[in-house]
Design a protein around this ligand. Structure first.
Ligand SMILES: NC(=O)c1ccc[n+]([C@@H]2O[C@H](COP(=O)([O-])OP(=O)(O)OC[C@H]3O[C@@H](n4cnc5c(N)ncnc54)[C@H](OP(=O)(O)O)[C@@H]3O)[C@@H](O)[C@H]2O)c1
Length: 358
């Protein structure tokens, strides 16, 4: 049926409970209906769900009665336009719902971009409200853009931030070293040089992490205490496991120059028992805020030119390990979602989905 949308919903209070819903909506005057044809699903999206309330991720695409729709990064094509400047077939990259379609309310259109000015999105980070016209050359490029663009901007920003908060460190420790955002940071650190890049990971992913070629050494979580505790280090935490963080702090103590909390791939691990730790106070790193700061300092052109050079080099480096997996339909989305939730997804895979019918 036209104007039917398939939504993948999760219970806000229990990410293991899901449902597939079909809704019907038409764009009002000034709105545009998009078909979401390719989105990436990684642990980052699970983190959006785990912090949906605290970080307002549920507010982007509201759902009824305690349900939430997890936002995803990807591409969508205009299928019906009631807004000036948008025509069927126009394709945009941005932040979409885990659904087959979305209706947006574009604000003033710039040549290659626009922002959604829907009332319920006002006050949410601007990095999530902006959409850019698709310019990728091939379908393969689309997949890598959907997968890495949002994540890599974070990697790039952390690489830029580290010398400021941790001058003179000899090594950088990255937890969930097999995650795409950590691999992006490790590659940027390797290109910059001057520090040892140490990947902390689960035993099952250690070989993969070494195979990426961007880490100098790889240590499984159970062997953290074998590291030299006197090496002046920065800890960049993508896993968000409080027990692991506490072990890193206790082991390195004052040799730890900074401890950045980036993510929570280990979303289901116990929280709230962190307590006082030796070494620096762990600091939250929220990429959209740092991004806005850097764009203000460097100007949009300055930011884009720095990012573009680093981005190209990172994409080249993924050739040796990345395996793109494309799937279609709600049942496939459910399977990939559950694999991520339960920590079963293979880190070498980049999963690209659509909920559109074939
Ligand atoms: N602060 C920010 O602004 C910002 C921006 C972007 C991303 N992030 C965060 O960075 C993190 C990485 O995201 P990503 O999309 O790059 O991840 P990803 O590539 O999907 O990461 C996969 C890896 O995460 C770990 N993992 C996955 N599921 C798990 C589970 N259920 N339990 C325990 N560990 C699990 C495993 O790594 P190991 O075996 O190596 O631990 C796995 O290989 C996310 O938490 C994301 O939210 C934060």
């Amino acid at each position: 049926m036209t104007n039917t949308t398939t939504e993948f919903r999760v219970r806000r209070q229990d990410l293991r409970k899901t449902e597939v819903a079909h809704t019907f909506a038409e764009p009002a005057e000034g709105q545009v209906r998009f078909a979401i044809d390719a989105f990436a699903l990684t642990s980052n999206n699970i983190t959006y769900g785990a912090f949906g309330e605290a970080m307002k991720y549920w507010n982007f695409y509201p759902a009824p009665d305690g349900w939430g729709i997890i936002p995803v990064w990807g591409f969508a094509t205009v299928v019906e336009s009631r807004a000036l400047g948008f025509a069927p077939g126009d394709r945009y990259y941005g932040y979409w719902p885990m659904a087959s379609h979305a209706i947006l309310t574009p604000g003033k259109q710039r040549p290659d971009s626009f922002s959604d000015i829907a009332e319920h999105r006002a006050g949410l980070a601007s990095a999530y409200n902006g959409y850019t016209r698709a310019k990728t050359a091939t379908v393969a490029d689309d997949a890598r853009y959907a997968l890495f663009r949002g994540l890599y901007i974070t990697s790039f920003l952390i690489d830029d931030y580290l010398p400021e908060v941790a001058p003179g460190v000899t090594q950088v420790l990255l937890s969930s070293a097999s995650s795409k955002t950590a691999i992006g940071l490790a590659q940027a650190l390797k290109v910059r040089g001057g520090v040892k890049v140490v990947g902390l990971t689960s035993g099952a992913n250690a070989d993969f992490v070494m195979h990426t070629g961007v880490y100098d050494s790889v240590v499984s979580y159970d062997a953290i205490e074998t590291l030299d505790p006197s090496a002046r280090s920065a800890f960049v935490d993508f896993a968000g496991n409080e027990a692991t963080r506490a072990r890193v702090h206790r082991h390195f103590g004052d040799a730890l120059a900074t401890s950045l909390m980036i993510g929570a791939t280990d979303w289901d691990s116990p929280r709230g028992g962190g307590g006082d730790l030796p070494g620096p106070k762990p600091e939250m790193f929220f990429a959209p805020s740092v991004l806005a700061q850097r764009i203000a300092e460097w100007g949009p052109g300055g930011f884009d030119s720095r990012l573009t050079a680093a981005w190209e080099s990172f994409l080249d480096s993924t050739e040796g390990w990345l395996e793109i997996v494309r799937d279609r339909g709600a049942a496939s989305a459910e399977k990939h979602y559950r694999d991520l939730l339960e920590g079963r997804a293979s880190p070498k895979q980049g999963v690209i989905l659509t909920l559109l019918d074939a």
